[in-house]
Design a protein around this ligand. Sequence first.
Ligand code: SF4
Length: 314
Amino acid sequence: MDLMQILKDGLSDSPFSDSLGDRSQYIGASDVAGCPRKAVLTKLDAPEHDLGTLIKFARGHLTELMLIAGLKKHSKSLPKWKHQYEAKSKMRKHIKAHLDFLFTSKNVLAVLEVKSVDGIPADPYEGWVQQVHMQMGLVKEEYPDKAVKGAIFAIDLNQGEARLFNGYQYDGQIYEGLLQKAESIWKTLNDQANPNYDTEKGPLCAWCHYRPDCPAYKANEAIPEMPFEKELNEYRGLKEQGKTLEAEIKKLKAFLKSGIKNANPDDKKVRVGEEEIKIGIWKRSSINSQKLQTEYPDVYEDCLKTASYEVLRV
Ligand code: SF4
């Protein structure tokens, strides 16, 4: 019984999978939010989704269902809302978007894009913001007399965290720029005799199926280049913060321990409010490997085990 295959088949056929129709027939908001070359190649030759990708699609779907359950509970006090609303450009029928949620009231329409993530970023990614601007633009085309605003709701199911990035407004200039990008992607898709593959490097290049022969990167480089500058800076900053935190923890630990020893040298425990804190003694046995190697080299060789593990070095 191949459970992996069973799971994959279940996710492929169920309503959990990507269900936005034949994406080669239109340009969607997520296409303009990312790299044009990737958008075109994905439409020309869609990669088969592996199990990991299918699970992520399902996770996104589940996140929306959770929100729908809450929205239904509050339906009396909320504006009317639609799930997976299709917004189309009036003049360009090949440009459309599937909005996760559209809230409608008399004078205002609000787009809500839901992102299911591993770790919520401090600021929304540029691509998310572009996607919402594209969606707001398409809605504004349909309802020119109404105010259109947008928000992004990032939800991390693993960590149990959620954050709302709010306050986006329809912007005609941004929308015009995104429409031009959409038209350029559409032209490349339909003019394969003379394609113009614009590229946009970004962190998602690491997961791009078309990375190996991407012209944005030097071919056959001994060490491949990746656009991780922002992430690397964040990583370094957090490592530094981690060192400071560790030093603070060590200092407080020493303070608490000396206080306990001073107040209750025999039992070595004290009460702090409702909590009890104490100093415990744990025993740990270890082998003196230097002695073993010197005095019993055969036993040492016999017991020696080498394991490898990953480290990240900058
Ligand atoms: S590797 Fe990056 S730049 Fe190249 S096609 Fe993929 S997403 Fe675009």
